[in-house]
Design a protein around this ligand. Structure first.
Ligand SMILES: [Zn+2]
Length: 254
């Protein structure tokens, strides 16, 4: 964890500058500056999952292919549309489901699994304050989602993606205790902000490269609308699409 190293360096720097600048009259200024830099680094580390600052996430594939990942479902409207397109095009994907939604739509979860896609954990609550949950509360939330999935599918997910991509030291501890892999992404489709399917298609097509883990959302109508064209582009340009487990060479379930 890079965070521990940065914290140790900060404490040392504060102690040293306390000694060096004690007599100079600007000791507060120097220490304040060090703390500001520390804060900037830790907030960057929280919001940038690829920085692997608090916990090590898998953000790239190991093979010359890409994986499509869908967060925030299952959704009774848009998930079936996405599954239909994937089936038509013969493509397998990975779904990071929200536990409380999966609980309401077990039939969708079974369908995702039966059609050869991977089901993964995206927390039970997806609470907007989940990054502020205590270690115990966070662990209970993530375990709750895994339990919902294993009750429906009879297998426990090994892939987890933190809601909003925000991490902190507690995630590192919890995921280590649960022996679950944290999965990030290397390519953001920005589909949650897109006003039409062309915004998603243009962005993904212009940025896509081998080994990418693509972040999409299966609760968005624009995403469902863009998927057919996205897959067609990959096929025409020779980009192979695989499940996440194949791309990163790890087992999806325990
Ligand atoms: Zn999410």
């Amino acid at each position: 964890m890079k965070h521990n190293i940065v914290t140790a360096i900060t404490i040392t720097a504060i102690a040293l500058s306390g000694i060096v600048f004690w007599e100079t009259g600007f000791v507060e200024l120097v220490i304040g500056l060090i703390l500001l830099i520390y804060l900037a680094i830790t907030s960057y580390g929280s919001f940038k999952i690829q920085a692997n600052y608090f916990t090590t996430s898998i953000n790239h594939g190991k093979r010359k292919a890409i994986a499509l990942t869908f967060d925030d479902g299952p959704d009774p409207e848009t998930t079936p549309q996405i599954l239909e397109t994937l089936r038509e095009k013969g493509v397998k994907a990975t779904f990071f489901v929200i536990g409380k939604k999966a609980e309401k739509h077990p039939e969708l979860l079974r369908r995702i699994d039966a059609e050869g896609h991977i089901v993964a954990n995206h927390s039970y609550s997806h609470h907007y304050l989940i990054a502020f949950f205590s270690t115990a509360k966070l662990k209970a939330d993530i375990e709750h989602c895994s339990n919902v999935i294993s009750e429906i599918l009879g297998k426990s997910p090994q892939f987890f993606r933190p809601p909003f991509g925000v991490t902190n030291p507690r995630y590192g501890r919890v995921l280590k205790a649960l022996k679950i892999n944290s999965i990030g992404w290397s390519m953001r489709s920005l589909d949650t902000k897109a006003k039409n399917k062309y915004e998603i298609i243009n962005r993904v097509i212009s940025k896509l490269k081998a080994r990418d883990i693509v972040l999409l959302h299966d609760n968005r109508a624009v995403t469902a609308a863009s998927l057919g064209d996205l897959i067609e582009h990959c096929k025409q340009t020779g980009i192979k699409i695989e499940t996440l487990s194949r791309l990163i060479q790890k087992e999806p379930y325990a």
